[in-house]
Design a protein around this ligand. Structure first.
Ligand SMILES: Cc1cc2nc3c(=O)[nH]c(=O)nc-3n(C[C@H](O)[C@H](O)[C@H](O)COP(=O)(O)OP(=O)(O)OC[C@H]3O[C@@H](n4cnc5c(N)ncnc54)[C@H](O)[C@@H]3O)c2cc1C
Length: 433
């Protein structure tokens, strides 16, 4: 029997009740659709397909939520990190405009799904705030507010005083508030989605790393060490972990993103007096720094934050000092906090900060590279890929399909990518007013 993969320790893993493990894949199974990977994307795609009456199998290497979906900050954000909505529309025309709309509606739709299926995941639709760290960035916030408002997003531009009132800090100059956003316990959400998918009829297999996906005359064959699924259509939803368990599974796909480690940290529970002054409205917050400042409260009074490092050596201890001092500078009410949890996960990055959506071959679909904003988007992709697998015309989909383009010198790019943090820090320090 395949050895179960240990679940990575994190705040979320320590507070979230586990589900009983699904069986490992053994023998041969026939399905209409197969999905590789049980993160938000794979599970929401499988759920959408099963709700439409298809026979769906999900094959997960470890456990549902083992990848980015169970390790993230849980911020439900209806924007991308770098790709602006007008640029999406300019680059991809009508499809790009539909993609911008998909992103714009993505947070509201996640919370709707949570309410419809009663997914227990500590969901709080308190809004997402992006404060500006320089006067120049306030102009960018204003442009973003204008662009997202044109797409119907519930956004507003906050002044410096309003920002101070919302955050409890004078660290920022203003910013964009989007009231459709908020936060969740991401592992609880992944596990609840898995439960909902199984209840809708999805056959979930865990502890079953897929080794190959091949086209045969009988259909697409998804193979593990002990079993195989034969399906008409396959969705590759292994994203930033595509090469983690089986480097030979889809190397071109795995090399079309550059994986970067993002570190997450949770403080000790904070007293009521601090919680009343720091982000008292409990919004999720990620600011405009390239070296991102991000925070949100969890359900137990911990502030969940994190950061990035150029070199991961002794990362947890170094980050406790770095982020502890940063938090104390931004929120003096808190003093220097102690951290009970530090963990990390892989984010798939691209040079233009756009995710990649692929029809790899007839009946084989994939997406990769959320560029750090995938909680809301990956949930929104479920119905989109379900439509694609049901045969909706590619030109009518709300995602731009592009050919798979691996980065040349991928090994070098992986080494160099973390050093870009030094460049972001430099740019953050010389922001124009
Ligand atoms: C540390 C961190 C913080 C983040 N914070 C935020 C945030 O606050 N807000 C936000 O919007 N986004 C955030 N993101 C991004 C967000 O988490 C991801 O975009 C989202 O979870 C992607 O989901 P996914 O299902 O596509 O991929 P994943 O959740 O990574 O799922 C891929 C799955 O595929 C499985 N798999 C891999 N190989 C195989 C194989 N061979 N066979 C079978 N299964 C396989 C993996 O085990 C995994 O379960 C963060 C990401 C990280 C890493």
């Amino acid at each position: 029997m395949t050895q179960p993969v240990p679940f990575p320790p994190s705040l979320w893993a320590s507070v979230t009740p586990d589900r009983p493990a699904a069986p490992a894949l053994e023998g041969e199974i026939r399905a209409d659709m197969a999905v590789v990977g049980a993160g938000f994307t794979g599970l929401s795609t499988a759920l959408a397909l099963a709700e439409r009456g298809h026979k769906v199998v999900v094959v997960e290497a470890a456990r549902a939520g083992w990848g980015a979906s169970g390790r993230n900050n849980g911020q439900v954000i209806p924007t991308m990190t770098g790709a602006e909505p007008d640029v999406m529309a300019e680059r991809f025309g009508a499809v790009g405009e539909r993609f911008a709309q998909l992103v714009s509606d993505s947070a509201a739709n996640l919370f709707k799904l949570v309410r419809r299926l009663d997914l227990k995941c500590e969901a709080e639709q308190t809004g997402w705030f992006q404060p500006a760290h320089s006067p120049g960035r306030v102009k960018l916030s204003a442009a973003r507010v204008e662009a997202w408002a044109r797409r119907g997003a519930p956004v507003s531009l906050l002044s410096a005083d309003e920002t101070a009132a919302l955050t409890g800090s004078r660290a920022w100059y203003g910013g964009m508030l989007n009231r459709s956003g908020g936060h969740i316990n991401p592992l609880a959400y992944a596990r609840a989605l898995a439960g909902a998918a199984v209840a809708a009829g999805v056959s979930l297999y865990e502890n079953s790393p897929v080794q190959s996906v091949e086209r045969t005359p009988a259909g697409w064959v998804v193979s593990t060490a002990k079993g195989r699924v034969i399906a008409d259509q396959v969705m590759m939803a292994a994203n930033g972990y595509t090469d983690w368990f089986a480097p030979g599974l889809a190397p071109r796909l795995a090399h079309s993103l550059v994986p970067v480690l993002s570190w997450q940290m949770a403080t000790a529970p904070q007293p009521e007096a601090v919680r009343a002054k720091v982000l008292p409205g409990r919004q999720a917050l990620s600011d405009t720094h390239g070296d991102l400042r991000f925070f949100r409260w969890d359900a137990r009074g911990r502030l969940v934050s994190g950061g990035a490092l150029i070199v991961p050596f002794n990362g947890a201890e170094r980050l406790k000092r770095l982020i502890g001092a940063r938090l104390a500078g931004i929120f003096p009410q808190m003093g220097v906090p102690t951290f009970d949890f530090v963990w990390n996960g892989r984010i798939g990055m691209t040079d233009d900060r756009m995710p990649r959506f692929h029809r790899v071959a007839d009946g084989l679909w994939a997406w990769v590279a959320c560029n750090g904003r995938g909680v809301a988007l990956s949930s929104a992709l479920g119905p989109v890929f379900a439509d694609a697998m049901e045969g909706k015309a590619e030109a009518d989909l709300p995602v731009p399909l592009t050919p798979v383009r691996p980065y040349p010198f991928h090994g070098v790019a992986k080494l160099v990518a973390p050093t870009l943090l030094a460049w972001y820090r430099h740019k953050d320090a010389v922001e124009p007013s």
